[in-house]
Design a protein around this ligand. Structure first.
Ligand code: C5P
Length: 421
């Protein structure tokens, strides 16, 4: 179940006799590599103790909407942002009805309403409740809004009846949930991503670098692999674990990053420069540690190769996506940068003090992006980097398809403003 590795799953448990089966599900999800936060409705707690889920998930269980302590920790909005997907298992008839009507009068329904990540429901109820036209109508309405229905299975029920309404088996639920992450959007394509900072050596113990954590680049690599691409991730020095099905090439300096990119560029369809490459490096690298002598020290710096601009200049047909991290005039600088480096797309985000509006970029779990391409753009509001990466990749795949279909039209580069929506 590779697709669930590193996924952040909110597991909603509602009031059904099948609630005890969700305990096994938590264990299976964690075995599959997912991180799980459990949200229980009041009804669910009548069947199973939150302690069970706390022990199995390794995190406190989220129970109430209007609890100031809980909201100060990870409240409903944070939970909604944190999730890569939400699975409600078991989903009772009552919960399905409340979800259909967009109710937000308990924590789980509020999290579902506040989230735009994939949502899967595993109904479990008495078979007559399941077949009731009210429930069937609700289920169809939810399915038409993109909610994935997993089950229910048929068989003997806790109430003594036989029929449809049993919670799907854990392995089937896991497989169904994994499908949410398999878009196939980039199958057959090779995507190269640069990520993280670079280090420019001053002497054997010192270097010039920046605050990039590599999280965004790694999230994009994960999303690209999920979308079925072959992924080459050229990573500067970062403390991130390698996403599964990703070929990782570690580098240190801008020059090494450039050389590694060039050495592996053949066959690449999409190049995404998410690395915060140092713009300058010391002209002289001292072979011994530089000693302080009480006076000032001057470092002479020279520019590093601009990897993205060089790659686009050498391979004009290659679809190139860049990033722009700015402390001010984000839109102007981003568009100017896209134009200057000949990029097909640019994703811009705030850094520094201005970033507080968007939760910060460097090192933060969340981010927000303004994305521009020739003739258009889109604003991706603050969300978990994993979620944002998936959205960004969807736009990249769309623009790449257009680029591949009409390569000549892409040569005209001009400054444009994104449609805000
Ligand atoms: O010019 P600036 O550094 O702001 O441009 C940012 C974009 O260019 C990012 O996509 C970054 O990965 C890329 N870049 C690069 N090589 C450099 C500097 C930036 O690929 N030397």
């Amino acid at each position: 179940m590779e697709k669930l590795v590193n996924k952040q799953i909110v597991l909603g448990v509602t009031g059904s006799i099948a609630a005890y089966k969700a305990a096994e599900l938590v264990r299976r999800l964690r075995d599959a590599g997912a991180e799980v936060r459990v949200v229980m409705t009041q009804g669910a707690t009548e069947f199973v103790s939150p302690m069970t889920f706390q022990a199995l998930s390794g995190h406190p269980v989220h129970l109430t909407l209007l609890d100031t302590d809980a909201e100060a920790g990870m409240g409903h909005i944070e939970l909604a942002r944190w999730a890569d997907a939400i699975l409600v298992a078991p989903a009772s008839a009552d919960f399905i009805a409340r979800l259909t009507h967009g109710r937000a009068d308990d924590l789980l329904s509020a999290v579902c309403l506040a989230s735009d990540v994939p949502l899967a429901l595993a109904p479990a109820m008495n078979n007559k409740m399941w077949h009731n036209p009210a429930t069937q109508d609700n289920v169809q309405r939810l399915a038409s809004r993109g909610v994935l229905m997993l089950g229910p299975d048929e068989g003997g029920q806790a109430c003594g009846e036989t029929g449809a309404g049993r919670l799907q088996a854990p392995e089937e639920l896991l497989a169904g949930l994994a499908e949410l992450f398999e878009s196939g959007l980039l199958s057959g394509k090779t995507v190269m991503i640069t990520a993280g900072p670079t280090r420019e050596t001053i002497d054997p113990v010192r270097y010039l670098s920046n605050r990039s954590s590599g999280k965004m680049g790694f999230a994009i690599a994960t999303a690209a692999a999920e979308a079925g691409a072959r992924v080459i991730l050229v990573a500067g020095p970062v403390a991130q674990t390698t996403p599964s099905h990703v070929q990782r090439l570690d580098v240190e300096s801008a020059q090494e990053m450039f050389d590694t990119v060039l050495a592996n560029i053949n066959g690449v369809d999409i190049f995404i420069g998410a690395a915060a490459v140092a713009d300058y490096r010391p002209v002289q690298v001292a072979t011994a540690k530089i000693k302080k002598d009480g006076g000032s020290l001057r470092l002479e710096l020279e520019p590093t190769p601009d990897i993205l601009a060089e790659i686009k200049a050498r391979y004009p047909g290659l679809f190139c996506v860049g990033f722009a991290a700015e402390t001010h005039d984000l839109q102007t600088f981003a568009q100017e940068k896209r134009y200057r480096k000949g990029m097909d797309m640019i994703a811009a985000n705030w850094v520094g003090p201005a970033a507080t509006e968007t939760d910060g970029a460097f090192g933060s779990e969340t981010n927000a992006l303004l994305v521009y391409w020739e003739g258009g753009g889109v604003e991706l509001p603050v969300a978990a980097k994993s979620h944002l990466a998936r959205q960004l990749l969807m736009h990249i795949a769309q623009q790449y398809e257009q680029h591949a279909a009409h390569p000549a039209e892409q040569k005209v580069v001009s400054l444009t403003t994104p449609d805000r929506h």
